[in-house]
Design a protein around this ligand. Structure first.
Ligand SMILES: [Zn+2]
Length: 349
């Protein structure tokens, strides 16, 4: 055994033992051990508040997007244990060690499912790998910490599964004008002038379903035609996207567990009991097909459905808002109709 790690392992047993009633079980040191280990969070008898205890290989480069709002206390370079205690608000408590990112389950600052869905699979896997002690001895952790790792597993497994279609028993449209990238010259001046999604033609009032478990991110309700008289100049991409959002009419934005955002547009008037932050399960009705913002009677009634691709930004320590989502790329952007028709089976059941 490397002499340095032998020394560290000895101290790791001793130091937390002072803080808690029982020392944590220390995972055996292996050659491919991550350079950071998440020891435990929020269970000290010292009542230190928001904190997470880490063991770090200080030979590696260490940084954090949260550095400006966090403080490291109990920094014992001999033991390599630090107590990471944020003093401000950090959207995603993170640490970067040896060029890999890890999300920290800081007691009192646990990222929720919608936030963890914004994190790359690689970082989520890094975090699970660094948490061997937490996972091997849950007695040392609060229920929230256990939930934190359960959510990471849920997000990763959601990314391996297919979406259901937004209309029951429907098939993905194949007609060129109903596909992503079909030209939309009537709105070319105020938007990017292309179609971002699929149009499912169906009867008025047809139920529209959640394609995956998730959280309602945003609701655009009570569309009125008067909004078309107040479009922005479209001088930059955000203004184009904000204009496009007017053309969507009444819209529900569902942040799926895997992280991508399903956009359901031209819905019927959305009642007040459909609210942002509501969680929904796959297959649940999120509203009904309508004709809001559909200008031409020959295009009545259809569900306009898009998927906004989450870029899985690991460095998202600061705030972000709905405008970021508007700027995400849509799925199948720039692909030909033939390409889309032959590559639809990877995404939906
Ligand atoms: Zn459409």
């Amino acid at each position: 055994m490397n002499r340095r790690y032998f020394y560290l392992a000895t101290l790791v047993v001793l130091i937390p033992g002072i803080l808690i009633s029982e020392p944590p079980k220390i995972a055996p040191i292996t050659l491919d051990k991550p350079p950071v280990e998440i020891l435990f969070s929020g269970v000290t008898s010292m009542s230190t508040g928001a904190a997470v205890f880490l063991r770090i290989d200080w030979n590696q480069s260490i940084s954090s997007p949260c550095e400006s709002t966090s403080s490291k206390v109990s920094n014992d370079s001999a033991s390599s244990i630090i107590q990471w205690q944020p003093v401000g608000t950090c959207i995603l408590p993170m640490i970067r060690v040896a060029d890999k990112n890890y999300i920290l389950p800081i007691n009192g600052h646990y990222p929720d499912e919608a936030m963890l869905s914004d994190v790359s699979s690689e970082t989520l896997r890094n975090t699970l790998r660094a948490s061997t002690i937490l996972r091997s001895d849950y007695r040392l952790t609060s229920l929230r910490v256990r939930e934190f790792f359960d959510i990471i597993n849920d997000v990763l497994s959601a990314r391996d599964q297919k979406f259901s279609l937004p209309i029951k028993n429907a098939k993905l449209p194949t007609q060129a004008t109903h596909l992503p990238n079909s030209p939309r010259p009537f709105r070319a001046e105020s938007t990017d002038g292309v179609h971002h999604g699929f149009d499912f033609y169906t009867a008025e009032g047809t139920p529209v379903l959640a394609i995956e478990d998730g959280t309602i991110l945003h609701v655009k309700r009570d569309f009125s035609w008067n909004e078309m008289n107040h479009l922005l100049s479209g001088k930059n991409e955000l203004e184009e996207q904000e204009n496009l959002d007017v053309y969507r009419g009444n819209t529900v934005y569902l942040k799926t567990r895997s992280g991508h955002v399903a956009i359901y547009a031209h819905l019927q008037k959305i009642p007040d009991n459909i609210q942002e932050g509501q969680t929904v399960t796959k297959g649940e009705v999120v509203w009904h097909v309508g004709d809001s913002a559909v200008p031409d009677k020959k295009y009545l009634y259809h569900l306009h459905f898009e998927l906004a691709m989450n870029p899985f930004v690991d460095e998202r320590a600061g705030s972000y808002d709905f405008n970021d989502v508007l700027l995400w790329s849509f799925w199948w952007k720039s692909k030909s109709a033939d390409w889309i028709r032959s590559h639809d089976d990877g995404l939906f059941e």
